[in-house]
Write a protein that binds this ligand. Structure first.
Ligand SMILES: [Cu+2]
Length: 157
C-alpha cells in the first residue's frame, strides 16, 4: 500500500516537472480598443499573440459585439501611409506577434453600445490548429491620454 502511494507521488511529481518544462501555450492578451471619435468610422483594436509549441496561423477573429471585424495591416508604401486587409497572420512557435498602432490591427464597424458601456469587448481568435482563444479588449475613450496620434487612418479605404 505504502509502496503504491510512493509510486503515485513520484509519477505526479514527474508529470508536474514535465508541465514546467513545456513551452508556454498559445495565448492572446493585452487587448485594447481605440474608440474612433467619429461614430460612423471604424475603430481599431490591438492585441498581443504569444506563439505556442507549434507554428500556427491566425485564421479569423470573431466578436458578437460589432457588425463587422477585419484583420488589417498598416504600412508605408512610397512614403504614403496606408492599410490593407489581411486574410491570415502567421504565429510562429514561441514568437510574439503584436497588433499595435501603425501595424496590424482589428478593424471594427458598428460596435454594440452595451460593449462601450461595459468598457470591454470579447473576441474569439481562431487558429489553424483548431484552437479558439477568447480575449478581452479594454475600451479606451477617444482622446484619453492624448493618444489619438496613433489612430489608424481609414481615409484610404
Ligand atoms: Cu484598418
Amino acid at each position: 500500500m505504502l509502496k503504491a502511494r510512493t509510486l503515485f507521488t513520484a509519477a505526479a511529481m514527474l508529470a508536474m516537472l514535465g508541465a514546467c518544462s513545456d513551452p508556454p501555450p498559445l495565448d492572446v492578451d493585452g487587448g485594447f480598443l481605440r474608440l474612433n471619435p467619429n461614430p460612423n468610422a471604424p475603430s481599431a483594436a490591438y492585441f498581443t499573440i504569444h506563439g505556442g509549441a507549434d507554428d500556427v496561423v491566425l485564421r479569423d477573429v470573431l466578436t458578437d459585439e460589432a457588425v463587422r471585424v477585419e484583420i488589417h495591416e498598416s504600412g508605408t508604401k512610397n512614403g504614403v501611409a496606408s492599410m490593407r486587409p489581411v486574410k491570415t497572420v502567421d504565429v510562429p512557435a514561441g514568437a510574439t506577434v503584436k497588433f499595435e498602432p501603425g501595424g496590424k490591427h482589428l478593424m471594427l464597424w458598428s460596435i454594440n453600445p452595451q460593449a462601450l458601456e461595459d468598457k470591454k469587448m470579447t473576441f474569439t481568435f481562431i487558429f489553424s490548429n483548431g484552437q479558439r482563444i477568447l480575449a478581452d479588449a479594454i475600451v479606451q475613450q477617444p482622446g484619453a491620454d492624448g493618444e489619438m496620434a496613433g489612430m489608424e487612418d481609414h481615409s484610404g479605404h
